[in-house]
Design a protein around this ligand. Structure first.
Ligand code: NAD
Length: 343
């Protein structure tokens, strides 16, 4: 593997901190990173190949642009990816996820730097395909008064802009679409408002705090849950980019065999808690209850019933295969959070 300088914006996040660990462990690459916080980076903060700055990408723009000039590849991971906020504060999604990231895309074009951008499984929206294909599936969003779609719409527009810059101004890029990556360090789960984090960490948080698990609209919605280590191994292959294989490509990064309803996820997490020596007593009193989406998220909510990634491109082009089962992924995640909470 050749040496690379990798710039990670939002490096303290779920994907950023785990990617940092993997790069430092498995390669000789250097990392430059910025984030508002550093609490999840304690494992790497003193590593000689990590150059970290506490900062805000919307304020430290001169620093960010200088790092784009100095690096080989840019991963802009700073964004808000929590559904509740799409509805309570849609303009924050627009200004950070769209506007701030558009500025980064343009800086990569100007500096002629390779861009690896996180799109999302949300861009497929309410597409009815049995499996979502990167180049064939329609991207189907709801009406404007369903504010939930501002995240998918922001990401989709950036996908289109990046694609166009690639075609017309030679931007070297790869888009990756995570399908519900889960695992340790996903979210901070203590003292949250309802719906404050993503679903698996929300259920684990409820168990830790002895609250019932709430199923929005019956929890019949299905997702394909992907363990973070599998996602990171795909990202490592994308960054490595052997013989340019990832250039100008879009990859779904998800685990189609880990497709389950939110209700099944709640049942599995509660069962893990009932079998765990430190949580079994409190889990006995926790119930799975129903709520409706307008009560839980507000009227701006709308949902997709199922999403399954087609991963043949990632399998064939990157030589990647997810290997962690849903039960393993949930157990590893729950065990991490129970331990982190001192249980
Ligand atoms: P995350 O919320 O865990 O991490 C985002 C990080 O960005 C946080 O550490 C946050 O502090 C930082 N940040 C926010 N605003 C910033 C700013 N102004 N300046 C500097 N740093 C800032 O999110 P994640 O799960 O690591 O996701 C990373 C990217 O992948 C996002 O673009 C997200 O939309 C996308 N994505 C993630 C998933 C998933 O399953 N985790 C799914 C689809 C898409």
């Amino acid at each position: 593997m050749t040496t690379k300088k990798v710039l990670i914006l939002g490096i303290n996040g779920f994907i950023g901190n785990q990617l940092t660990q993997s790069i430092l462990k498995n390669t000789a690459w250097e990392i430059i990173g910025i984030d508002l916080q550093n609490n999840k980076l304690q494992h790497s903060i003193n590593h000689p190949r990590l150059h970290f700055k506490i900062g805000d990408i919307t304020k430290n723009t001169a620093w960010v642009n200088a790092q784009i000039d100095a690096c080989d590849v840019v991963l802009p991971l700073a964004a808000i990816a929590t559904p509740a906020i799409y509805i309570t504060d849609p303009l924050r999604i627009f200004t950070l996820d769209f506007e701030a990231n558009l500025a980064i895309v343009r800086a990569c074009v100007a500096a002629k730097k390779r861009l690896i951008f996180p799109s999302t499984s949300e861009v497929y929206g309410m597409c009815q395909d049995a499996e979502f294909d990167e180049e064939e599936s329609n991207l189907v969003l709801g009406p404007i008064n369903k504010e939930r779609w501002i995240y998918a719409c922001s990401k989709q527009m950036l996908d289109r802009v990046i694609y166009a810059y690639g075609k017309h101004q030679d931007l070297k890029y790869t888009l990756f679409r995570p399908f519900n990556w889960i695992g340790p360090t996903q979210d901070d789960i203590h003292n949250l408002p309802t719906g404050g984090v993503r679903v698996v960490t929300q259920f684990i948080s409820n168990i830790i705090y002895g609250k019932d698990l709430q199923l929005v609209d019956g929890g019949e919605q299905r997702r394909s849950f992907t363990y973070i280590a599998d996602g990171i191994s795909a990202l490592m292959k994308i960054i490595e980019n052997k013989d340019g294989c990832a250039d100008s490509k879009i990859f779904n990064i998800g685990n189609p065999t880990n497709n389950a309803s939110i209700k099944e996820i709640a049942e599995k997490i509660l069962a893990i808690a009932k079998n765990h020596p430190q949580t079994k007593d409190r889990a006995k009193n926790i119930k799975i209850v129903n709520t409706n989406s307008s009560q839980y998220y507000g009227k701006g909510y709308q949902d997709m019933q199922n999403r399954v990634p087609a991963i043949k491109r990632a399998q064939e082009i990157l030589g990647w295969q997810p290997t962690t089962t849903l039960d393993q992924a949930l157990k590893l995640t729950a065990d991490y959070y129970f331990k982190d909470a001192g249980l």
